[in-house]
Design a protein around this ligand. Structure first.
Ligand code: HEM
Ligand code: HEM
Length: 181
């Protein structure tokens, strides 16, 4: 099976990966800081980039729905194929739900997001302190779930490359080979 991901699929995959790693790091770092103007600035950046990631996730999902990825090798056990597809579905859902939960949380807490200090983003909910706190728990929990799925995702990619020695990792990497599907 030689089919590889297209340049667009690879570009979107690695762009989102970098953004998510950055946002996870920023999220955990900023919320542990003592209250200061710097902390508030980091919160703003987290929200600005987060809304951008939300829009990119919508684009990525729309693109994925209209473009078939390369098929998995038929020699791969059926159970493993199902697990791979389920894992990818989870990642797509979390890519959408994590920034959405952040946006809903900020709205319910009454902190409107002004995108890069220029464009006010509509609040999706009325101000409601209790709901804001609940959505904060949802935002944090989804992030932990994402980390767990991501560990499995990266582990699977490395296992394919170093143990099974197949082309699952290389077909997602930039570089040589004909980008087909
Ligand atoms: C790529 C998308 C996002 C990721 C990966 C992400 C990740 C995180 C993480 C890891 C935390 C720290 C959780 C903790 O308290 O331990 C956090 C907190 C937070 N996030 Fe996000 N986030 C994203 C998008 C957003 C968006 C779009 C908004 C709002 C528009 C937002 C608003 C917030 C706020 C306000 C907090 C601080 C909550 C607190 O005070 O504890 N996030 N985020
Ligand atoms: C070091 C980090 C990562 C590595 C090594 C990695 C590796 C891979 C590989 C090898 C594939 C192709 C699987 C196949 O051929 O069936 C893939 C697909 C995928 N990855 Fe990652 N990935 C990483 C990070 C991420 C992150 C952070 C996300 C989410 C934001 C993500 C979401 C996805 C999704 C949704 C697919 C399925 C693409 C599709 O077929 O539609 N990956 N990844």
């Amino acid at each position: 099976m030689k089919a590889r991901y297209t340049k667009t699929a690879k570009g979107l995959h690695w762009l989102m990966a970098v953004l998510f790693f950055g946002m996870l790091g920023l999220g955990f770092y900023m919320q542990g800081l003592p209250l200061s103007p710097d902390k508030l600035k980091l919160y703003s950046w987290h929200k600005w980039v987060g809304v951008t990631v939300f829009l990119l996730a919508l684009f990525r999902i729309a693109w994925r729905v209209t473009h078939q990825p390369p098929a998995l090798s038929s020699s791969m056990p059926r159970l493993m194929q199902i697990a791979a597809h389920a894992g990818h579905h989870m990642l797509y859902m979390l890519m959408f739900l994590i920034p959405l939960s952040g946006w809903l949380m900020s709205s319910a807490k009454g902190f409107q997001t002004v995108w890069f200090g220029v464009l006010p983003i509509p609040d999706l909910l009325e101000k409601d302190k209790m709901l804001g706190e609940l959505l904060q728990t949802v935002h944090v929990s989804l992030n932990y779930l994402f980390i767990a799925v991501l560990v499995a995702h990266i582990g699977a990619a490395l296992k394919h490359h170093f143990i099974d020695k197949d082309d699952i990792l290389t077909r997602m990497l930039p570089g040589s080979g004909k980008d087909k599907s």
